[in-house]
Design a protein around this ligand. Structure first.
Ligand SMILES: C[S@@+](CC[C@H](N)C(=O)[O-])C[C@H]1O[C@@H](n2cnc3c(N)ncnc32)[C@H](O)[C@@H]1O
Length: 384
């Protein structure tokens, strides 16, 4: 495909997304219908689509319309390229520009790709970092690996990856974290990955696990385990008895294969079978995902005040339930990939108000300006 034809494909996919399709599904549909597209074309179209979703508001302004065409046009203008050289109408290129394609400057919240209703709460949470963080969220997220210490030391894993052409650098957020600097697309077929030496995991997620007081012999529960990324990281941290639970058990279906690959054991437990007396419970709760908008840019535009309020209520309910099943001397850990105070500090303050016997000895924010996703972790223990 020519670069111009990739732009046309991105326009088509973006139009489907704007009509309500999920980004991954729209890309899959396009891929199935476009057998002529090679892997480089697919990756190129995907990048164009995700770049446009991250910068939806500013690109729509610069391109003159919230449409596939407007977004792709705005993206070219944002990069300082002359769209007339791309929108030529020749071959599979988008049709030539007309009066309707004139754009507007992208300023203020528009230029930061921030929904207006979220600007105040984000400003309150991020202070002087607000503009810098919002600019960072307009760009692609780096790719991080977690070295599985149950299988290899960090230097050994890094060398094995380099032998397969995948170059990485250390990351200060977690001692197990490697940031991939070259050939990220080779990871999932690499021996280092297939043998369980490394897993894909954001560095801030790894830092959250490093903040937990995990010690050999403990019983731990990953209460909102999803696909088990954090349960796997916990299991590699010490000799633990790890249980994984999720309100939707289908989300846990990959855990047995991932655990086998990693050489660790994780027991899946249904809600009715959850025990009590856990030494550590991690509640990696459902949240706005505002710290990971780079990876899931549709989430930024889909979030509403009503959905945020609903998420906060679910988070409070999960905390209250998990608090019932922690051992008296155990630790309840609360984590979100959110940057909003309502889901972080305020949620913990409200828990402590409802449960005066508890206190929070440690709370930590991870900023996207540190390179990885925005994250928050709080530890909760009973007053002794
Ligand atoms: C942020 S995701 C977890 C990600 C996962 N810990 C990881 O590291 O890959 C939140 C998970 O919480 C689950 N969840 C939602 N409501 C829940 C509830 N009331 N109890 C337990 N899990 C819940 C969701 O199904 C979702 O899988």
């Amino acid at each position: 495909m020519t670069p111009q034809a990739r732009l046309s494909a991105a326009i088509e996919v973006l139009d489907q997304i704007l009509a309500g399709a999920a980004a991954e599904q729209a890309l899959t549909n396009w891929g199935r219908a476009s057998r002529f597209a090679g892997s480089g074309d697919r990756a190129g179209v995907r990048d164009l689509v995700f770049d446009a979703l991250r910068c939806r508001r500013s690109y729509a302004a610069l391109g003159g319309a919230l449409s596939g065409r407007g977004l792709v046009l705005g993206g070219l203008r944002d990069r300082g390229l002359d769209p007339a050289e791309w929108f030529t109408g020749i071959g599979h290129a988008p049709s030539v520009l007309g009066a309707a394609d004139a754009g507007f400057p992208a300023e203020g919240n528009v230029g930061l790709d921030c929904p207006d209703w979220l600007a105040d709460p984000l400003q309150a949470a991020l202070g002087d970092d607000f503009a810098g963080v919002m600019q960072a969220m307009r760009r692609r997220a780096p790719i991080f690996l977690r070295v599985n210490l149950a299988k290899a030391a960090v230097a050994e894993a890094r060398a094995a990856l380099a032998d397969e052409g995948i170059l990485c650098r250390l990351n200060s957020l977690a001692k197990t974290a490697l940031e991939v600097t070259e050939n990220a697309r080779k990871i999932q077929n690499s021996q280092a990955y297939l043998s369980g030496m490394v897993e894909l995991q954001d560095a801030a997620s790894q830092a959250v696990i490093a903040a937990l007081p995990l010690r050999d012999g403990q019983r731990v529960l990953d209460y909102c385990s999803g696909g088990g990324g954090k349960a796997l990281a916990m299991a590699a941290q010490a000799r633990l008895d790890v249980d994984a639970h999720d309100v939707d058990p289908r989300r846990m279906r990959d855990i047995p294969a991932r655990a086998a690959r990693a050489g660790v054991q994780i027991k899946l437990v249904e809600t009715a079978a959850i025990g009590t007396g856990y030494d550590v419970i991690l509640t990696d709760v459902p949240c706005s995902g505002s710290g990971s908008w780079r990876r899931d840019p549709q989430g930024k535009w889909a979030l509403t005040p009503a959905r945020l309020a609903e998420l906060c209520a679910i988070q409070a309910d999960i905390l209250d339930r998990a608090a019932q099943i922690v051992a008296p001397t155990g630790t309840l850990a609360y984590a979100t990939c959110s940057m909003l105070r309502a889901e972080n500090e305020d949620q913990i303050a409200q828990f402590l108000k409802r449960n005066p016997a508890w206190h929070s000895p440690h709370q930590q924010r991870f900023s996207p300006l540190q390179g990885a996703d925005g994250f928050f972790v709080a530890l909760l223990t009973r007053e002794s």
